[in-house]
Ligand binder design. Structure first.
Ligand code: HXC
Length: 266
């Protein structure tokens, strides 16, 4: 485990991985307000994601919170006095678009409250490992607003219209098990070990060749924005492109020679 720069609202670590590249871990750290996502925290989070994305030592990223809350949403106190024009000019949520551009896989490791923008942040990640104690919800309706960072879009695609409607229109909270069964959550874990499980998954993924990982993530995300035919063409081009990588040659040679591959991540 090695330390990287210190921020005010997040804790950043790189976890060693004997199997492959390191895992970049970001812990949301505003415990007094249940990790409410204010502008400063989001800036620190996105800049760290971008630096992990460029860091050739890092193969996979984890975002986690505290036992009581992954994040209880956008910071209501910061938004409460804003007008529509203030919101438009400040455009504080545009920073969220940068998460979509991160090429490396991101795992959200959750426990406690995952509400509003917190829930949307998990959905901007690629996988969710949830402790049994996790409570998911989109309670914006109770504040007179709606989800504003992808909730109506990503939740609907993840769990279907019928369930997304109920969740967003009632603002109710749902258990980790309910969300696992609905297809939002990748893995359910005991509270005591959810972070270790997320780290083990991240290390397994970080031991794979980076070029193939990034192309796979990119192609899967493409499926949300395109027709099946367009997506199949996109996938095929990415597949062919990987035949230009050193790791494709290494992976196939290693198989034929019955040895373990040594990835160059190129
Ligand atoms: C600012 C928050 C907060 C939030 C909690 N706190 N959530 N501050 N923004 N989203 C603060 C509380 O004000 C309180 O501070 C402290 O955290 C502890 O919270 P309590 O309410 O005392 O804890 P508890 O009784 O355990 O209740 C937990 C809770 C409740 C059920 C999660 O805090 C809650 O309902 N929070 C708001 C959830 C929400 O509506 N989220 C959606 C936000 S809108 P003080 O100083 O009072 O002790 C949103 C829009 C997304 O996310 C748009 C795109 C990003």
């Amino acid at each position: 485990m090695s330390d990287t720069p210190t921020y005010k609202n997040i804790l950043v670590t790189k976890l060693d991985n004997p199997k492959g590249l390191k895992v970049g871990q970001i812990q949301l750290n505003r415990p007094d307000v249940l990790n409410a996502l204010n502008i400063e925290l989001m800036g620190e989070l996105v800049s760290t994601l971008e630096s992990f994305d460029k860091d050739t030592e890092v193969g996979c990223i984890i975002i986690t919170g505290s036992a009581k809350a992954f994040a209880a949403g956008a910071d209501i106190k910061e938004m409460a006095t804003q007008s529509a024009i203030d919101m438009h000019i400040r455009d504080q949520f545009s920073v969220w678009d940068k998460i979509r551009k991160i090429k490396k896989p991101i795992i959200a490791a959750t426990s406690g409250f995952v509400l509003g923008g917190g829930c949307e942040l998990t959905m901007a990640c690629d996988m969710i490992v949830a402790a049994e104690s996790t409570k998911f919800g989109q309670p914006e309706i109770k504040l007179g607003i709606i989800p504003g960072a992808g909730g109506t879009q990503r939740l609907t695609r993840a769990i279907g219209k019928a369930r997304a409607m109920e969740m967003i229109l009632t603002g109710r909270m749902y258990t980790a098990r309910e969300m696992f069964e609905a297809g939002l959550v990748t893995r359910l874990a005991d509270d005591e070990v959810f972070l270790e499980e997320a780290q083990a998954l991240a290390k397994e993924i970080a031991s794979m060749p980076q070029m193939a990982l990034q192309m796979a993530k990119d192609s899967i995300l493409k499926s949300f924005d395109t027709t099946v035919e367009g997506g199949l063409e996109y996938e095929r081009k990415a597949f062919y492109l990987l035949f230009a990588s050193d790791d494709m040659k290494e992976g196939m040679s290693a198989f034929v020679e019955k040895r373990k591959p040594e990835w160059k991540h190129k």
